[in-house]
Design a protein around this ligand. Structure first.
Ligand code: SF4
Ligand code: SF4
Ligand code: SF4
Length: 252
């Protein structure tokens, strides 16, 4: 079997996920030898789109151009990976669906006001997605590990334990106990609790865990003095477009 033909693409996003691939400079050069990189428009002038075994897609769908790119590339690849939170959940750009226009209108570039857009959505709302590498941005080492597993013909496995598990392993003091609205208990881990270890609460960028107790979490935040609207805004920030039914019910 020859090397897998792979591509890296970006839809609407900040390119931070693609940079997370590139900034793996210490190991990336060894790993890319296992692949045939046919397309990476962000850094390559010449790109071959004939067919792919694997494509990493960054960004959410927010314009007709995104829909065209996504459907065109999906049709040419066997396996599609949602690279990062925008592709996975719509991330913060999709939050505009849940907030009033006056809350973000002043942030728009004047030229952007004339750009055709569509309802912001994660890519799974438009095409089949085979794997998700979550996070804003995704963990650099997780991307490399995923690539190695695929190159070896294995089925990659993901960490769905709450962020709290890795946080406790890191020996961090619990921010939630100290009254910070940390979303670690309801968020999928795999990031080594990088934010908490750096002194910031988890905002939930890797998306909800499968078996989170949302009711207990919300009750705890209320006990800490947070209002329902604050809690809802925080929980919808990254997960608004991919809310599990239980979360939806708790936020009614
Ligand atoms: S997930 Fe985060 S880092 Fe990646 S494109 Fe979206 S905003 Fe940028
Ligand atoms: S700081 Fe956050 S992630 Fe860490 S244990 Fe407390 S709630 Fe969990
Ligand atoms: S700690 Fe939370 S916000 Fe930070 S990277 Fe992990 S999942 Fe994302």
């Amino acid at each position: 079997m020859g090397r897998l033909r792979i591509g890296f693409y970006g839809l609407t996003g900040c390119a931070g996920c693609q940079l997370s691939v590139i900034f793996n400079e210490d190991e990336l050069l060894d790993i890319i030898k296992l692949f045939d990189i046919r397309a990476f428009p962000f850094i390559k002038a010449s790109n071959d789109e004939e067919r792919f075994d694997l494509v990493f897609m960054e960004g959410l769908v927010a314009s007709p151009h995104d829909i065209e790119t996504l459907t065109r590339i999906r049709a040419k690849t066997k396996t599609l990976v949602a690279l990062g939170a925008c592709a996975h959940s719509g991330c913060i750009p999709a939050y505009r669906s849940f907030t009033l226009k006056e809350n973000y209108e002043h942030l728009l570039y004047s030229k952007a006001k004339d750009i055709a857009d569509v309802e912001p959505e994660p890519i799974s709302k438009h095409v089949k997605v085979d794997y998700v590498l979550p996070g804003c941005p995704p963990d650099k080492k997780e991307i490399l590990h995923f690539m190695k597993e695929i190159a070896l013909g294995k089925t990659p496995k993901f960490n769905h334990n709450p962020v709290c598990v890795e946080c406790r392993l890191n020996g961090n003091d619990c921010l939630l106990i100290h009254g910070k609205p940390c979303m670690g208990p309801i968020t999928s881990g795999g990031c080594h609790a990088v934010c908490v270890t750096g002194g910031f609460e988890c905002w939930g960028c890797r998306g909800p865990t499968g078996d989170a107790n949302y009711k207990a979490y919300i009750a705890l935040l209320k006990k800490k003095g947070y209002k329902k609207e604050f809690i809802k805004t925080r929980m919808m920030m990254f997960a608004g477009k991919i809310q599990p039914e239980e979360m939806k019910a708790c936020l009614q």
